[in-house]
Each structure stands twice: as C-alpha cells, then as structure tokens.
Design a protein around this ligand. Structure first.
Ligand SMILES: Cc1ncc(COP(=O)(O)O)c(C=O)c1O
Length: 399
C-alpha cells in the first residue's frame, strides 16, 4: 500500500465490536479488570490506551518501524529518547538543530548528565573527528532549521554504526510523506506531531518510532516511567489529521516551490533557503534521499532588522506572525528572536542564523493569495519614501 492509503486504512479498521469508521475515543484514565490479575489488555491510560495505540500503530506503519510511542510533545519525545542514555554518555548533534533541542541538550550538559557536541554534519567526515570512546548517539535533524540544509543520513549512519552509536533522526520537518529515515540507517525517529502529521495547529504532540521491537519496548517503558505519553483526545485529533497527510503535503509542497521561486526572483530578497530550488547547496542530496522537499522556506531580507525585516514580518495579512510550522495555514516568523532565541547568540552565529532571516511555513491556501501577500510585505517603497522625506527635512534644517 502507498502511504496515502496506509494513512487512511490503518485508522479505519480498528473497531472490531461495531465496525465504526472513525476511531473510537476511549476517553478514560483507567480500565476495569475482568477478574483479579486479568486485565482487558489495558489497565491505566498512562501505560496504554486503545485510541493512543491506534495512533502509535499508524505512525509506526507510515515510518516503516516496528513500534511507536505517542508522547505529549516533540520535546517530550526528545527527552524520553535522551533518558535512554546513562550518565556521562556523549551525544553528537546537528549544529543547527531546533532551538528547543539545543536548550535541552545544553541543560543536560550543564547538569553533567550528558556530554554534548554540536557538529556541522554537512560533511560526514566531520563525524569521525567528533566520535569519542563514550559517544553513544548521533542526533540528526534534517533538513536543518531554519537554513534547511539536508545532511547525508545514509553516509552518517554508516559511520555512526561502525562505532555502535544509536542513530536518531528528527523527521519533524519532512514527515514520513517526504522522507523515510529507516531506509537510510536510522534506528530511532522522533516527531513533533504538532507539525505536519497533525497539520491543523490544534494539538501539541510527539512520537518516537523504533526500527526494532526491542527499542520500541524500551521507549514504551521510558515513556510510561517518565509519564510522557500523550492524552487520549490529542491522540484522536492527530489520528484525524494523519488521514489527510498525503493531500496536504502535496499542496504544501507545490505552494512552497512556487513561493521559493517567487522569492528567489524578488529584488528585496538576497537569499532563499529551500532544498527544492536547484540553487540550494543540498538540492541534489535532497532529491536522492527524499520523496519531496517539504513546506518550509527561509529567506534573507535585503535590509536592516529594525526597518525592512520588521516591516516584512509585520505586514503580512495571510501569513500569521507565529512560531511553529506544518499547519494548513501559512505562518511567518523570525528565528533569531522567536524559534531560535533559546539557542543563544553564540550557537546562532556559528550556525549562520542571522537577524535578516525569516522563516515561513507554507499552508494550503491558494497560491495567488500567498504570493500577493508576500509581494505586499516585501514592498519597501513606503519605508524608503519616509526616509527620503526625512533626509530632505534634515538637509533643509542644515541649510
Ligand atoms: C524539528 C523540531 N523538533 C522538535 C520540536 C519540538 O516539538 P514540540 O513543540 O511539539 O515540543 C520542534 C518544534 O518546533 C521542531 O521544529
């Protein structure tokens, strides 16, 4: 079955009792035992719930993994995976990862629970130099956020496996519709289901998908022990979102390609970061590994932060000024002061996340409306006129 079919089929045949097409919502914290010591298979929702299990099975199937556990947020997925490692383990992480991932890794580093190295993984050879005797995990985020650099998960996994590292891939940005990391060597995949998988900006959620049953059991154990498993209604909402993953992702991507080309040709934009553009440094790699380029674009505005950049951010009418991504609605944000603020100035500078970069998440609105909105926001003539009048006045005063 193709992924669009799987996303629907695996959510519609779950009710053996009544054959409901929609997934039953078992909104309960606990379950009655049949007799002492004999449960129905479920006893307490933190440990297991049929609605959440349906979501877990669907996500595992879409990613081609053995098992998944659905947790409360993308960050709780990351925290649960990190809980797998013993004190003093060394983690190597993509240097331009999501700010929240960097914040959590830095917290554990400061508390001396983990050793952490942020490494530019664009050249797989750099991984060799970073591996130490206590390295246990390679944490890959691809494409990177917000510069959308794709890394060679296949080459990196081979190097990591030679040193027995666990390869974890954060597949939030692409979703299983556009990238299947297990085919390229990943052992564990994490998701913020808040994004494309749910797709409607009404849930925060996460998932951990494991390639093997053994790892899957370990993460189920950890999620239950830490209490990070997600709520039942949120599971149900994500299940409903997943049914339309295929049509949504196609529309997101076709809009994104058109927007990226529009921005590339715009005089007030100096650089566009979108792997679907032939000019993107990792376009060929993305074409080889991925089945699509996703719906996130970043670009550099030609001008100053206090003037042109702020004007562009504050002038859109369809693109909402908001963090996050992956919903049906288009969003615009400023990584340096919003999504990547918590990363800290030093790491941001190292990763090339400068103040003139904006990130947009492309929704499924009509493309003509999206382009018109951006055209309006990138029209700086009113700003320049103001400045012109002002400088004229200054000259008049000086005269
Ligand atoms: C790549 C990536 N991973 C993880 C997360 C964290 O997800 P959540 O906000 O659901 O905790 C985010 C959030 O933006 C993200 O972009």
């Amino acid at each position: 079955m193709n992924i669009e079919t799987k996303a629907i089929q695996s959510t519609t045949h779950t009710d053996a009792q009544y054959g409901s097409i929609g997934t039953p919502l078992y909104q309960t914290s606990n379950f009655r035992f049949r007799s002492p010591g004999e449960s129905t298979g479920y006893d307490y929702t933190r440990s297991g719930n049929p609605t959440r299990n349906t979501l877990e099975n669907v996500i595992a199937e879409l990613e081609g993994g053995a098992r998944a556990v659905a947790v409360s947020t993308g960050m709780s997925a990351i925290a649960t995976v990190l809980a797998h490692f013993g004190a003093g383990a060394h983690i190597i992480c993509t240097h331009d990862c999501y700010g929240g991932t960097a914040r959590l890794l830095n917290l554990f580093k400061d508390q001396r629970k983990l050793e952490v190295s942020f490494v530019d993984l664009s050249d797989p050879i750099s991984l060799f130099d970073a591996i130490k005797a206590n390295t246990r995990c390679l944490w890959i985020e691809t494409p990177s956020n917000p510069l959308l650099n794709v890394v060679d998960v296949e080459a990196l996994s081979k190097i990591a496996h030679a040193s027995k590292l666990l390869v974890c891939v954060d597949n939030t940005f692409l979703s299983p519709f556009n990238f299947q990391p297990f085919k390229f060597g990943a052992d564990v995949i994490v998701h913020s289901t808040t994004k494309w998988l749910n797709g409607h900006s009404d849930v925060c959620g996460g998932a951990i998908v494991s390639k093997t049953t053994e790892l899957g059991e370990r993460f189920q154990y950890l999620a239950n022990a830490l209490g990070t498993t997600t709520g039942v209604f949120d599971s149900w909402l994500v299940l409903r979102g997943i049914k339309t993953l295929g049509v949504r992702m196609r529309q997101h991507e076709s809009n994104a390609q058109a927007v990226a080309e529009f921005l590339q040709a715009h005089t007030n934009v100096s650089e566009v970061f979108y792997p679907g553009l032939e000019s993107h440094p990792t376009h060929e790699l993305a074409k080889r590994l991925q089945t699509g380029f996703g719906g996130v674009i970043s670009f550099r505005v030609r001008g100053k932060f206090e003037k042109e950049v702020k004007h562009a951010l504050g002038s859109t009418k369809i693109f909402a000024l908001a963090e996050s991504l992956g919903g049906v609605e288009s969003l615009i944000e400023h990584p340096a002061t919003m999504s990547h603020f918590s990363m800290g100035a030093e790491l941001r500078e190292k990763a090339g996340i400068t103040d003139d970069i904006l990130r947009i998440s492309i929704g499924i609105e009509h493309i003509d409306d999206l382009l018109a909105d951006l055209e309006e926001a990138l029209n700086f003539s009113s700003l320049h006129n103001k400045q012109f009048k002002f400088s004229l006045k200054e000259e008049e005063v000086a005269a």
